[in-house]
Design a binder for this molecule. Structure first.
Ligand code: S3P
Length: 167
């Protein structure tokens, strides 16, 4: 039964912030896949990438998606790359109403540019890297979701939460 809500979207689209607020509003449990991965490894995401590699991170991500999808009545905030793996999408869609936070690229860039906690964006040409990944992934986010909410720099988080609640 689809009684969870999974939030998907690009880095910086607000999955964690919206997820926490949505969980409060709907009185549901909130889980963040990246936080669970970091806790499991006792390392932050950047350390996991640099010490063990992206492949290792993706395997952990997949296992934790499987575990968390089994839970009920939970809001699942995913990492931006969760849609790369088709099994992740299958697992999430089986158990969750999947919501795509469709944040525009300027808004994403403005949110992530000063933060150093995203290994894939820890590069010289951050905007171009975002652009490339964004183009590669956009279709996957769209076809993987049951519902899409558009977000830009002027969007109020409470409006986003209300739209998801209504859906
Ligand atoms: C990633 C997104 C990150 C994190 C990791 C990889 C990605 O999560 O899972 O750095 O591939 O887009 P956020 O979307 O929460 O930043």
């Amino acid at each position: 039964m689809k009684d969870n809500i999974a939030l998907i979207g690009f880095m910086g689209s607000g999955k964690t912030t919206v997820g926490r607020q949505l969980a409060k509003a709907l009185e549901m449990k909130f889980v963040d896949i990246d936080k669970l991965i970091a806790a499991k490894e006792s390392k932050n995401i950047s350390e996991i990438f640099s010490e063990k590699g992206e492949g290792y991170f993706r395997r952990l991500e997949k296992n934790i998606v499987i575990e968390e999808s089994k839970d009920n009545n939970v809001i699942i905030s995913t990492g931006g790359g969760v849609i790369i793996d088709n099994d992740n999408i299958k697992n999430l869609r089986k158990t969750s109403f999947v919501v795509f936070l469709d944040c525009d690229i300027e808004c994403i860039y403005n949110r992530v540019k000063r933060r150093k906690n995203r290994p894939l964006l820890n590069v010289e040409n951050m905007f171009e890297t975002i652009q490339e990944l964004y183009e590669k992934r956009m279709l996957l986010y769209k076809i993987s979701s049951d519902f899409k909410v558009e977000i830009n720099s002027d969007t109020n988080i409470y409006d986003t939460v209300d739209k998801i609640k209504a859906a």
